[in-house]
Write a protein that binds this ligand. Structure first.
Ligand code: FUL
Length: 475
């Protein structure tokens, strides 16, 4: 009998401990979550696209594969200059068009006879991918490649064997130049519309991962990251990093552009959006666009609508016929970097007193102060059953503010459905709503009319699970 009592007592105590511990543990992930490489990719935020190839010299956007390889004749190719410009611009990597729709390869490919090897450039001994990957390494940038499956030059294109050819292409670009952070698989297909030929995407992915296990594969539908559905650098305000891709293919069998833009709220896979947009009207260099660069204001709008809306920004800066980024383009990128620096120079939230009434298990580990500690992996969260809650940032003195940045800790998924920001001046001042929005995701940057305030309240109005917020900045 005494033994029975002892066991009962132990059972009750253990149950009590377990129950009371419940909320002290980390929140469970909600829905699909990013892989480690997707997380590292998302943290890059902003990187360079360089369209370069025969079209640079023929003033075309789409070559037809019939051009002589000799048209590719850069006079002063300088990948170190590309990398230096990207670095000065605050970009984190460079993706180059290794093979566009004309099929011309910027490296001596064994799978094509339309390559730098057949051109007169550097007596057929050049390899642009090698030069660029070395330059990226030197400047601390990540290196990525764009390859077009659509190939207007290859004699096997449109035949089943072509899939093996393109798999070979991928194995070269991903296997021979060190780490590749992103493989950009263009879904454009301009071949015979009646053809029954289908790309073997599974094979392409398999080869890619076997050569570069950490690569993030871009296509309309991922699997690593997805096209945002337009080429103007604008993600929609509601942007889920989840997407349903079963039964879809990149290109004409992809979901609608709207779906690619906003993702699927209950999507099965983690496939975040990437906004690709060009600094000039076209993707390739043309002397006719020398005076048509996007302005700093346009670039800032793009930044707020891409990085500021849970998307990465891939900004195209085409190299010219010398093989250099023109001075005007690089100057514009630096002006843009300075403008961002100005906009986000002083973060008033940093280390400010930040409090919430709702703290998971009432534990400091989940306190609101984690939001302003400048660390990525610490966060504020609530008990599991709490899906709407607020935290308040108190300034030491009054500040005039007009923008805020907020981040969800995406290793635990994307959870918030709706949030608002309110401001007040002084202890008795009324709270005034300055912004109301939907999704947050990895990063959301919002702007509002300038207002003088002493405290800012962030309200998570609705969330699929306890909110998990790791960072806020106020400007
Ligand atoms: C598209 C291509 O057709 C354009 O030429 C450009 O490369 C753009 C980034 O992707 O699908």
């Amino acid at each position: 009998m005494r033994r029975y009592l002892l066991f009962s007592l132990i059972f009750v105590i253990t149950s009590f401990l377990l129950l009371s511990c419940k909320d002290y543990s980390e929140p469970l992930p909600y829905g699909p979550v990013p892989t480690e490489s997707q997380l590292q990719w998302q943290k890059m935020e902003y990187y360079m696209f360089v369209h370069f190839g025969p079209n640079t010299f023929t003033d075309k956007e789409w070559g037809d594969g019939l051009e002589s390889p000799d048209v590719f004749a850069p006079t002063e190719l300088d990948c170190m200059q590309w990398a230096k410009v990207a670095r000065q611009a605050g970009m984190k990597g460079i993706i180059v068009t290794a093979k566009h729709h004309d099929g011309f390869c910027l490296w001596p490919s064994a799978y094509s006879s339309h390559t730098v090897e057949e051109s007169g450039w550097r007596d057929g001994k050049g390899d642009l991918l090698k030069e660029l990957s070395i330059a990226c390494e030197k400047y601390g940038l990540k290196f990525g490649v764009y390859v077009s499956p659509w190939d207007q030059n290859h004699p096997k294109y449109g035949l089943p064997e072509y899939n093996e050819v393109f798999a070979g292409t991928i194995s070269e670009v991903l296997g021979n130049y060190g780490n590749v952070f992103e493989l950009w698989l263009d879904g454009a297909y301009g071949g015979n519309p009646d053809s029954t030929f289908r790309y073997d995407w599974e094979l392409f992915h398999e080869i890619a991962y076997s050569k570069s296990p950490d690569v993030v594969i871009f296509s309309d539908i991922g699997p690593g990251c997805r096209w945002v559905g337009n080429e103007s650098g604008i993600a929609p305000e509601t942007n889920w990093s989840r997407l349903n891709t079963d039964g879809y293919q990149p290109g004409k069998f992809a979901p609608s552009r709207d779906t690619l833009g906003g993702g699927n709220v209950h999507g099965k896979y983690w496939v975040p959006a990437e906004c690709d947009v060009s600094l000039r009207p076209g993707w390739f260099y043309s002397p006719s666009t020398d005076d048509k660069l996007k302005s700093v204001d346009q670039l800032m709008e793009i930044y707020y609508s891409s990085v500021g809306r849970n998307s990465n920004l891939l900004l195209n800066v085409p190299a010219d016929r010398r093989g250099r980024i023109p001075a005007a383009d690089s100057a514009r990128l630096v002006e843009f970097a300075k403008e961002r620096e100005k906009a986000f120079h002083v973060d008033y939230a940093k280390m400010s007193r930040t409090l919430s009434d709702e703290v998971r298990g009432a534990k400091p580990k989940f306190a609101a102060s984690n939001i302003v500690d400048g660390r990525y992996d610490t966060y504020w969260s609530t008990d599991d059953n709490v899906t709407s809650a607020s935290f308040t940032v108190y300034f030491r003195r009054n500040r005039v503010i007009s923008a805020a940045m907020i981040q969800e800790y995406i290793p635990l998924g994307q959870r918030v459905k709706e949030f608002s920001i309110e401001c007040a001046l002084g202890d008795d001042g009324d709270w005034k709503e300055v912004f109301r929005g939907t999704t947050i995701g990895y990063k959301r940057i919002v702007r509002f009319d300038s207002v003088e305030v002493s405290k800012v309240r962030f309200n998570i109005l609705d969330s699929y699970a306890s909110p998990v917020i790791n960072n806020v900045e106020i400007y």
